[in-house]
Design a protein around this ligand. Structure first.
Ligand code: SF4
Length: 218
């Protein structure tokens, strides 16, 4: 595995609230921060994930890995109905479009609110590490969310740097993390399945894929 960098929180901040979307994305982020001696807490708020079984699989995997490292986890609400309400009218937007911006903003606004109410001056997210995401789109949503609260800032660190994207996959395989096959919401599940059917592949079977294990035959 490539060598882990040592990081410092910016601008004199002493602790971080890290929004985490899932174990595969946050595994590398968590290990780097543990190694760097950074004081941080995981904030799991992802009401976009659908259906409930997929949500529980992703959350439980994230909790398991955090427990292994002794990292505190805030398990926020699964307010799915609010998420559907917030993206109403955007059901057919493509990934990386305006629905995704709204989805990021909703998750980061709740993260920033929790930070504000609980004495964290800095937030960030593991979402930006994924090559499927537009790093600038994620980061700008985080900055806008933090700006709503005067004394909360968003840490713009690019977790893909210094081999982070490769280590993310290496750690996922080492830990046999649950491997999600779509971004998370009902619309990304629909669109991924349509794409797979067009390509002559079977639809997604939730709960079957794990990193480092053979792909189930379709
Ligand atoms: S595709 Fe992903 S980022 Fe976009 S709205 Fe759905 S869950 Fe959110």
């Amino acid at each position: 595995m490539s060598e882990l960098p040592t990081l410092n929180l910016p601008d004199g901040h002493t602790r971080l609230l890290l929004h985490s979307c899932c174990a595969p994305c946050s595994g590398e982020v968590m290990e780097t921060m543990v190694r760097s001696g950074i004081d941080f807490t995981i904030f799991f708020y992802n009401p976009n994930i659908h259906p409930r079984r997929e949500y529980d699989l992703r959350k439980d995997e994230n909790q398991r890995f955090a427990d292994k490292h002794g990292i505190p986890v805030i398990d926020a609400d699964y307010d799915m109905e609010n998420w559907f309400e917030r993206v109403k009218g955007m059901e057919h937007e493509p990934e990386r479009g305006v629905r995704c911006t709204t989805c990021f903003e909703m998750r980061f606004e709740r993260t920033a609110l929790y930070a504000y109410e609980n004495g964290f001056s800095l937030i960030s997210s593991s979402l930006g590490i994924s090559r499927w995401k537009n790093f600038r789109q994620v980061t700008d949503a985080g900055i806008r969310a933090a700006e709503r609260y005067g004394n909360v800032a968003y840490w713009e660190y690019n977790w893909r740097k210094a081999g982070g994207a490769d280590r993310m996959v290496e750690i996922s395989k080492r830990e046999n993390f649950y491997q999600q096959e779509y971004c998370g919401c009902a619309y990304s599940l629909r669109d991924t399945n349509l794409h797979r059917l067009k390509a002559g592949r079977d639809v997604i079977r939730i709960g079957e894929m794990y990193y480092g294990q053979p792909t189930p035959t379709e």
